[in-house]
Design a protein around this ligand. Sequence first.
Ligand code: PMT
Length: 214
Amino acid sequence: MNVLVTAGPTREAIDPVRFLTNRSSGKMGYELAHAFQAAGHQVLLISGPTSLDVPDLVDFIPVESAADMFEAVSRHLGRMHLAVFAAAVADYTPVTVAPEKLKKSAASLTLELVKTPDILGSARQPLGFTGTLVGFAAETENLLENARAKLSRKGCDLIIANDVSKPGIGFDSDHNQVTLVYPDHAETLPTASKHDLAHQLVQTILELHLQRQL
Ligand code: PMT
């Protein structure tokens, strides 16, 4: 099967040397891409900037900004059977990018931000994706409630929710603990290395994909 995975942070440029970003290392998404490939699937990994090596035999498109990631996903989603959105996409980007490095002459500086495209939220409509759609939810409160809202708002078959306020899991850690949120139930998995968790998640997602075909 053809599988698309997004991973890593995005960078939203302020000027030629500065940008807005977040703490995503890309580890969760890269482990998923590796695990899908190891399970025999053709994987396209679309990733924001990370320091990770691209897993062997995985197709790779590096991107910088949310707009770049949206463009790459839009171009390739149509031929995918399954898509997993693990990237931590910036929700806002500066309205304009200063052509020269901003001077620090003023005592304060106000940046005007505008919303980025919701890539996962565009997959069903307007991009018309009909395959199995899996999103992540990075939450610091009301994990289940917020994940359920994302599941239905973004038309997903499954949301993998992680509490990113807990130390030792989530952003930039080698471990994670997730709750699988389906339309009719939820299941919390024990803390595991992102490597082991990715293999477990891939089995779960492949079973879900099979059930969708019945
Ligand atoms: O990269 P690591 O250091 O290994 O950390 C892993 C992780 C914590 C980043 C990962 O497990 C995770 O939770 N990824 C999603 C982070 C996130 O941005 O969550 P969100 O709740 O803000 O977004 C919900 C979903 O919509 C996500 O699938 C996200 O990829 C997607 N999204 C969000 C905004 C946007 N503009 N476009 C999107 O596609």
